[in-house]
Design a protein around this ligand. Structure first.
Ligand SMILES: Cc1cc2nc3c(=O)[nH]c(=O)nc-3n(C[C@H](O)[C@H](O)[C@H](O)COP(=O)(O)OP(=O)(O)OC[C@H]3O[C@@H](n4cnc5c(N)ncnc54)[C@H](O)[C@@H]3O)c2cc1C
Length: 408
């Protein structure tokens, strides 16, 4: 089925590729424009961690992960569910499995075989690939691209912007579209780091000793939310899975109050009472560090954290009750988020108030948006890729329906 309608998809990440897949399978003349020399660089980077493509939790819990944007994301996930995504992976030759945490990965634990098969399929469906095409905005209703220092103008019946967020900018998405869309009066919430690390003012002794080490089996709590897990100490802060899970709340608190106090339970396996009981044991000639190591099996990093307390010099004189409370309710002062460039994903973006139900910009006819560039965020766990890919599919189908209704 050959179609006369032309579709320009800008951005060759998972969202754009899925839209290209559906539109080209339906006979549209699709061209994907990508500023980098190859497609899906961030997708490939996600593959380094095994490519956690979606999650197996029940669908209500799944949708809640999108927080305040849950009602905007639900229609996308309803139309392309985590199971649909698994089947789609299988159709490209990549079986998936559910890991012990409920996260879903391809069996190969990589993104490259999936991406290769996907691009091959698009090629067969006659998608035209344009790489090193950097979109600069519009000249009237024509798209402007900078390609090898030349400026090219392109006209398409419909355009889909899938330009990503602003994290890991060397992979292609740097949020440069914000200024272009702001010039067009599109409502955009400021881009912010999501699933990010945080600055902590460590002493130089602590930073030198523990940089790169993980604090394992701890419980983190903030504003009534609790996460069991681990995180890493960096030269000037903390980052990693358990921190990312609370990062949106911590970030918003820092915006409000200039800092956030994260509570750590450094020994979640023992109750407060049990710790107190163990700490009744005489210290004899042991140093505080050795005593805590022997009586509670506290890790070196956890002991190091206690040594970071402002009153560390009096640690020796802590009562068993005070020490137990400090271990169970350790307050870690977070000064700021790490920069967006270092975050896993981006919060903020094109406001849902700026688009219609088909994800078309209200003030730009036949210009659609999809993926991480929209104003939503979600924790790691496969929720990001699921939403970006489902969004690409949703918009592609919306374009097809609108075309059938003669609205394009
Ligand atoms: C280290 C890391 C690990 C991750 N792991 C996971 C994971 O395991 N599971 C998960 O769900 N998510 C993960 N993510 C997040 C996930 O990769 C992203 O949410 C997803 O790739 C976003 O898809 P997208 O298509 O919206 O944007 P992107 O993948 O960012 O693609 C956008 C594309 O647009 C191109 N582009 C941008 N501007 C222009 C322009 N002006 N002209 C032309 N082209 C342009 C970019 O070069 C890019 O190729 C991870 C992210 C990182 C950084």
């Amino acid at each position: 089925m050959k179609h006369s309608k032309t579709i320009a998809i800008i951005g060759g990440g998972p969202s754009g590729l899925m839209a290209a897949d559906i539109l080209s399978a339906n006979g549209y003349q699709v061209t994907i424009y990508e500023r980098k020399a190859t497609f899906g660089r961030k997708f490939l980077m996600a593959g380094r961690g095994g490519l956690n493509i979606t999650h197996s939790e029940n669908i209500d819990g799944f949708i809640k992960k999108y927080g305040t944007a849950a009602s905007n994301i639900k229609p996308l996930i309803d139309k392309l569910t985590p199971n649909d995504l698994r089947q789609w992976c299988q159709s490209l030759g990549e079986e998936t499995f559910i890991g012990s945490s409920g996260r879903i990965f391809p069996k190969s634990f990589k993104a490259s075989p999936l991406l290769r098969a996907w691009l091959k399929k698009l090629e067969k469906q006659n998608v035209i690939f344009k790489v090193k095409y950097d979109w600069q905005g519009w000249d009237q209703d024509k798209l402007i691209f900078k390609a090898d220092e030349d400026i090219t103008h392109v006209q398409a019946d419909a355009t889909l912007l899938c330009l990503g967020g602003a994290s890991w900018p060397h992979l292609g998405s740097d949020g440069s579209w914000v200024n272009i869309l702001k010039r067009e009066k599109v409502l955009i919430s400021p881009l912010k780091p999501s699933n990010c690390g945080f600055f902590v003012k460590w002493s130089s002794i602590f930073a030198e000793k523990f940089e790169g080490k993980s604090l394992k089996s701890v419980t983190l709590s903030f504003q009534g939310k609790k996460i069991n897990g681990e995180f890493m100490i960096t030269k000037n802060g903390v980052e990693g899975g358990a921190i990312y899970a609370l990062s949106s709340f911590l970030r918003d608190e820092i915006t409000r109050s200039k800092l956030a106090h994260l509570t750590l339970d450094l020994k979640p396996g023992l109750s407060l009472g049990e710790i107190q009981k163990r700490l009744q044991k005489p210290k004899a000639k042991l140093s505080t560090s050795n005593y805590l190591r022997k009586t509670l099996n506290l890790s070196d990093v956890a002991i190091g954290l206690l040594m970071e307390l402002p009153d560390r010099k009096t640690l020796n004189d802590y009562s068993a009750e005070k020490m137990a409370n400090t271990i169970k309710f350790y307050k870690l002062k977070l000064e700021d988020t790490f920069p967006i460039e270092r975050a896993i994903s981006t919060a903020g973006g094109v406001s849902f108030d700026a688009i219609d139900d088909n994800f078309m910009l209200l003030n730009k006819l036949n210009i659609y948006v999809s993926g991480e560039m929209l104003d939503w965020e979600a924790p790691t766990g496969g929720y990001l890729l699921q939403a970006c890919i489902a969004n690409g599919a949703y918009v592609a189908n919306a374009i097809i329906t609108q075309d059938h209704n003669k609205n394009i």
